[in-house]
Each structure stands twice: as C-alpha cells, then as structure tokens.
Design a protein around this ligand. Sequence first.
Ligand SMILES: [Zn+2]
Length: 298
Amino acid sequence: MSEMNTASYPCPEEPGFTARPINTNSYRFVDSHCHLDALEFEQDLEAVRLRAREGGVDLCLLPAVDKMSFEKVARLAHQFKDVYALGIHPLYTTKAKESDLDFLVECVSSAQKVHDPRMIAIGEIGLDKSVPGLNWDKQVFFYETQLRTASEFNLPVVLHVRQSVDFILKGLRKIRVCGGIAHAFNGSLQQAHQLIDLGFKLGFGGALTYPRALHLRKLAKELPIDCIVLETDSPDIVPSWLYVNAERRSKGALQARNEPLEILKIAAELSSLRGISKEELMYATRQNFFSLFNLNDL
Ligand SMILES: [Zn+2]
C-alpha cells in the first residue's frame, strides 16, 4: 500500500474529498509516461519541464528506451526531481545486443545498491505488432528476459502493448511481476480486466482526445477509476488540438510536439467524459500512481 502523505492527498474514498477547495496553483498531476530524453526536447528541455511544473505537473516518469538512454533518464529524473525506469523498448530491440540485457541488470543493481528512490520500474519494455519487419522472436526474448529482471528485483514494469496485449498477457502469466502500467492501452475491455487482475494500471493520454476514438473513450470512461493513470507519451501521441493532418504535413508543416503540460487538458477531457471534476481525477490518478510504485512524496 501507499505510504504517501494522505493528509495532503486524501484518497477518493475519504469523506469531503471532492469538496476540497483547490486553485490552479495547487494542481499536482503526474505524467506517468514521457520521454524527456528525446531529441525533440534537446533545445528547450528545461523550459518544457518548468512550464509543466508551473502548470501543475509536479512528477513525471521517464522511461528509458535503450542502453544509451539509461544514464540520461537517470540524470534528468534527478535534475527535475522526477522518477525513471530502465529498460529496452520493443522498437529498439532491432539494434540491441544480448549484452544490453546484462547491462540493464548491472544498472538496476547499482541503483538499488545506492537506494536511488527515483529508479522505480523496469521499462519501457513490451511487444509491438504494428511495425512490419521487426524480429518477433527477438522482441519476445527481450520482453521475457526483462520481465525476469523485474521479477528478480521486485520492480513493477512499464509496458508497451501496441497491438500485442494477448502476447503481453501470455508473458505476464509465465513470469510474474509485481504489477505496473500498460502504457497507451487500447485493447478490449476483457484484456483491460485481465491486466488489472495482474496488478496493472492502464495509461490513458492524448489518444482519447480524438472524437472518433469511440472505443478508447468508452474504455476511459467506464473502467474503474482506481486502475487509471494519466500520461502524455511526450513528444509523441499528440492530443487532437496539436495534431497536424497529412494534408498540412504534405505542404511542409511539421507534426507538433507533445509535452507534459498537455496532461492538464487531457485530464479536462477525461474528467468531463467521466462526469467528475478535474481535481477528483487528479487525486485519484495520483493516488493510483503513488500506491503502485509505493512512493512517498519525493
Ligand atoms: Zn514510451
């Protein structure tokens, strides 16, 4: 269970919860998935993170994608008082070597030895069926080996599950881990419940802001609030208001960049879908994140 400060962050069940007055300056959203180490942020990362913090995003989870990003996500998480995860992303398994998995074990082990409170998960790991030409067996090997690492170090996992939820579940039944987040979830209701039963929270972000995303919006509306976390996946999965369509791109416009501050508008959209206040959604999703990772206030 969470040991977070319940005096500051009452859980949704507490009486008086929704009535708690709040102003914009006291927003404390968590962006449970953002790649602040991405090249897209190279020029103005500090401004991006500051903008988000001033807007009310006080904690970001920075997942690594490959061996080269381990040091950077760790450094950025400490610099910005955020948290990070270490792992090899399925789309990066093409270039990865088997020895990178040993390097992951070494890095996790040294972070645990120094009791780094900001290294909280193994991720981003998983499987992706949407990209043709990827070596599936290699993806599965990297996914399962990293699940074993998570299990060995008793760490939750941050999962990439694009068009692969059944295969993801198969791995999770074979190698038990202490839960985690299925990031950018877009599977069926039944798959959602199977993940929830295995101790997972489901990450929702910009994809639900598209009016045509009927299935995803229905899921985000109807799933129990205690299994949802918010995410931006910055710089990717831009919300509808930032989307640059193919026609404009063909005329030279660049696809917009997503950033953690967008969590506020994504939360506004999801809270209106669910018919609750933005504050209630903020408290609930924050509580979900903190209890999943057993975090005290950092
Ligand atoms: Zn990601």
